[in-house]
Design a protein around this ligand. Structure first.
Ligand code: DGT
Ligand code: CA
Ligand code: CA
Ligand code: ZN
Length: 585
């Protein structure tokens, strides 16, 4: 059975191919509208398909209804298949190239028989494209430039990059005249590990809008104004990120904030909850429904805050990080509240490197930076001997390091400081799953983080065997960055993370949430499993410098998104409790 999304996607493809094929504009637009309608539909399209009453949906005409019935029955939409014969799907991407309209796209395709943007780039480089009648050197150059930008800005960016941009724009707007409320919305408010564009929302009366947009579009980071309308402006920053600013009436703010925070999946459920209660939820507010199911714009339900809207739909306020339709409705329907971990709960720093391996600062400097930040302990974990490229510690060096730590702890004690350094190591997990030292050395550490740093690309079953051995080793107290992914750069190992989470919990071992924004590994999406099996995590900066310590804040965002409550985050506990956990193997 197709989902609403499937049907919407098929119709959207038809729309795009029709544009390319030079089909009648109004005919094409009908498909676009139908696609959007179905995307926003709060009921299951299959109900309509079964009852053969698709045309009851406003915006779905008879012929499009027939196309959808056929698609549901055969898995193929005849009109789409027909257009695919005329225009290859690969050309759809070309529509995003500014300076290249549908007519020229088709012309280039027919002339050179190419369908990929890379092939188009080749044509431009060889000078072939400029020779095509009606194009010329200038157009070719413009197209090349546009492809370059498109490829550059097609990407998403990391959470920390987006946070910094959003903070600086937020700061420049928040105190301006007329700004009653301002919030960052979208995926950034939901603390996704990567961000497409940044969404900011302001509540202001109409007379202030124009000035606010002036300030926004002339922000020092802005290199390009992508669009400016009455209620929304979009810009490109020098980092290549898109930022959307929407300004809404104060009375619509809460509903708009909820809508533009998303996720789309969360919104879909919210809208259907509204419908079940004979209401319509949209970006403006919550309204009564007429008998015929349409929105009665004259009958708004009063609300002040997001929380009011959730209440009206039978829910407690759902923290933005959880709005992904991944079980949050069940939890917040029961009036239950999760006491998600916060930055203020963090009492110590686990997983940090010093000059003994590849860190930039001495243990003492790292410890003092922790004290300055109000932390109570530092679990130093330099690399182990196999990680020679990262200055991994030999057995002798490990022993020398312990002496230095003992000395420093004496000093802190003597100075009356409530602070201790724990003797850890980030031991490589070798190919067979064993740790990197003999047991008598392993015994000397307070705790061991076991991480994979080499041959991350073993087949899944081999990789799982490797982790299984590492977890079963009683010296392992924590697994470091389990997949080894580098966000937007490198995929992590192929492992069954649900199984890994269960295995760690079973052996009373923890799995870190590596807070480095490049990693954010363990991924938040395994939070449901972690909650179910009571996995202990630890929000670890993997700091290689003093600044690195402050990455903990991104780990906290991800831990919240993964539904971790304070009790299941090791470094919210006292030094004694942490040591107790380490000893209980
Ligand atoms: P991103 O930018 O890709 O990291 O992800 P978001 O979630 O920030 O997505 P964006 O910027 O396209 O839209 C912001 C929010 O606005 C999104 O989370 C939910 C809402 N929204 C936007 N378009 C739609 C839509 O077509 N349907 C629904 N239900 N919500 C939408
Ligand atoms: Ca966004
Ligand atoms: Ca956006
Ligand atoms: Zn590491």
């Amino acid at each position: 059975m197709p989902t609403n999304q499937d049907v919407a996607e098929q119709l959207n493809l038809v729309f795009q191919l029709m544009q390319l094929a030079g089909e009648n504009r109004f005919k094409a637009i009908a498909f676009d509208k139908a696609s959007q309608t179905i995307k926003g539909l709060s009921d299951d399209i299959n109900d309509y398909i079964e009852n053969k009453n698709l045309t009851d949906i406003k915006g779905i005409g008879k012929s499009i209804a027939e196309d959808i019935y056929a698609y549901a029955e055969t898995g193929k939409m005849p009109v789409l298949e027909a257009f695919k014969e005329k225009v290859p799907l690969g050309l759809i991407k070309w529509l995003d190239i500014s300076g290249l309209g549908p007519k020229n796209i088709l012309k280039i395709h027919e002339e050179f028989g190419i369908t990929e943007i890379d092939e188009l780039k080749g044509l431009i480089e060889s000078g072939e494209l400029a020779k095509l009648p009606g194009l010329g050197g200038k157009s070719a150059e413009k197209i090349a430039k546009s492809i370059e930008w498109m490829e550059k800005f097609d990407e998403r960016c990391r959470l920390d990059e987006a946070t910094k941009i959003a903070e600086s724009i937020y700061e420049s707007l928040k105190d301006l005249d007329g700004v009653q409320k301002i919030e960052v919305a979208g995926s950034l408010r939901r603390a996704k590990e990567t961000i497409g564009d940044i969404d900011i929302l302001i509540a202001a009366e109409e007379q202030y809008i124009s000035h606010l947009f002036d300030v926004f579009t002339s922000h020092e980071r802005v290199t390009e104004i992508l669009g400016r309308g009455d209620t929304k402006s979009s810009v490109r920053t020098k980092e290549g990120r898109q930022v959307d600013l929407r300004i809404v009436k104060p009375e619509n703010f809460a509903a708009a904030l909820m809508y533009f925070t998303g996720s789309k999946e969360h919104n879909v459920v919210m809208r259907s909850r509204a419908r079940e209660r004979k209401m319509s939820l949209n970006e403006y507010g919550l309204y009564d429904l007429f008998e015929n199911g349409e929105t009665n714009w004259d009958a708004p339900h009063p609300f002040q805050t997001e929380s009011d809207i959730y209440k009206l739909l039978g829910l407690n306020w759902v923290p933005p990080e959880l709005r992904e339709d991944r079980g949050e409705f069940d939890i917040y329907e029961d009036q239950e509240k999760l006491s998600l971990v916060t930055g203020a709960d963090i009492r110590g720093v686990i997983h940090a490197h010093s000059t003994w391996s590849d860190g930039k600062f001495s243990i003492k400097e790292m410890a003092e930076a922790c004290i300055e930040r109000g932390y109570e302990y530092l679990g130093i974990t330099d690399h182990s001997k196999t990680a020679a490229y990262a200055g991994g510690l030999s057995e002798d060096e490990a022993k020398q390091q312990w002496e230095e730590i003992d000395q420093l702890n004496e000093e802190f004690k003597g100075a009356g400081k409530n602070f201790i350094i724990m003797k850890g190591i980030e031991s490589d997990i070798l190919a067979d799953g064993s740790l990197d030292y003999s047991d008598d050395i392993l015994e000397g550490f307070d705790f061991i983080i076991a991480s994979v740093h080499q041959t991350l690309d073993m087949p899944r079953d081999k990789m799982m065997e490797r982790f299984r051995n590492a977890i079963k080793n009683p010296f392992t107290r924590m697994i470091g960055h389990p997949t080894g992914r580098l966000l937007l750069k490198r995929n992590g190992s192929d492992i069954d993370l649900n199984e890994l989470v269960a295995l760690a919990a079973e052996h009373n071992t923890s799995i870190e949430i590596n807070a480095n924004p490049l990693r954010l590994d363990l991924d938040w999406s395994f939070g449901n499993k972690a909650k179910e099996v009571h996995l202990m995590t630890s929000i670890n900066p993997d700091a290689h410098s003093i600044d690195g310590i402050d990455l903990i804040k991104y780990g906290v965002m991800i831990a919240r998104k993964g539904k971790y409550e304070k009790e299941r985050v090791l470094n919210t506990k006292s030094a004694e409790e942490v040591m107790e956990f380490f000893r209980a193997r």
